[in-house]
Design a protein around this ligand. Sequence first.
Ligand code: PMP
Length: 410
Amino acid sequence: MFDYQSHFTSAIDALHTEKRYRVFADLERIAGRFPQAIWRHDGSAVEITVWCSNDYLGMGQHEKVVAAMQQTATSMGTGAGGTRNISGTTHPLVELEQELADLHGKEAALVFTSGYVSNEASISTIARLLPDCLILSDELNHASMIEGVRKAGGRKQIFRHNDVAHLEELLKAADPARPKLIVFESVYSMDGDIAPVAAICDLAERYNAMTYIDEVHSVGMYGPRGGGICEREGLAHRVDVIEGTLAKAIGVLGGYITGSRAVIDAVRSYAPGFIFTTALPPALAAAATASIRHLKQSQVERQGQQRQAAQTKAVLAQADLPVMASETHIVPVLVGDADLCKRASDHLLEKHGIYIQPINYPTVPRGTERLRITPTPLHDDALIERLRDALVETWQSVGIAFASTRQETS
Ligand code: PMP
């Protein structure tokens, strides 16, 4: 008899052996008091500070966003009640798509139930609709983009991370007549670096390739209206498809793509991940619209976040903590070992009430395990100082190398 259960247990055991078995922290957010939260653990409820949330601007508790969700749930009910095609296209969703198209200066937008689904469904559909399409994909692209590339089923080439020369080599070697799709991100979320978007657009124009950018970690946070890195750099009109999420800086849930009417209509008409699933509920769409509208005209959250991120980097670096280079709001602190990373995270939570999830392989390469800290405008200077003290004590007590020690030994 085939022993099904033992196969699952040994797969799990392998993760334990590699010290990368994931444990979830059971949290209760406290509306109006984020980044404070309650951690449910061993029958107790402990108040903690969250330092690893992707609710980058705290919009998940913004009064306009909460009110929009509540009012729409009261007036329209909870679920969408169907797929987009069969009764699920509610008016708040139509309005949200108009708002998103305007945010990115594109003709049209299409909303999915998550950013993950939007990448997987759109990349695979766009590539399949182009005959014999060659996909050129940055080596550090997110898992959802990799799945989209795989599902496309055609030929793909991986270019070295942010390496424009390597991308050009691959473009040059390809048949000029063949359709090509370059897929990349603007802000890479684990290192906090930014793609050379203008240079990639130059190449795309020179070699007649289409471009698809994931702005998941920049929408809401960069550009004068929160349109992301492409808006900040005046490049939105040069990128064919801009993808984003409603779940991070926007503070709700869902994903989307924006682009020309033709490409959006094609994905709408052919992508199984869009067609055969229930639409985003109207209350979530209304909340996302309220958040986007607010962020289009308010600079307060963006500026607050930039300031607190810069402050966090400076304060941690002054304390000799190994803050990795980052051009953005993301503050990665290097640990370099999966076991130490997990122990540091447990110690911070249990002893200091500070929650930072360890980031291990395969999310980042082995040997670069880290704590990924995401300051928001709501992490004030006193919280940053408490974070520094807790990290220093943790580095000493768990036995992790400080920045100066690391340099001496390397
Ligand atoms: N793209 C990138 C670069 C991401 O980091 C993530 C999620 N962390 C996604 C897409 C998926 O977005 P969502 O969480 O909305 O599914």
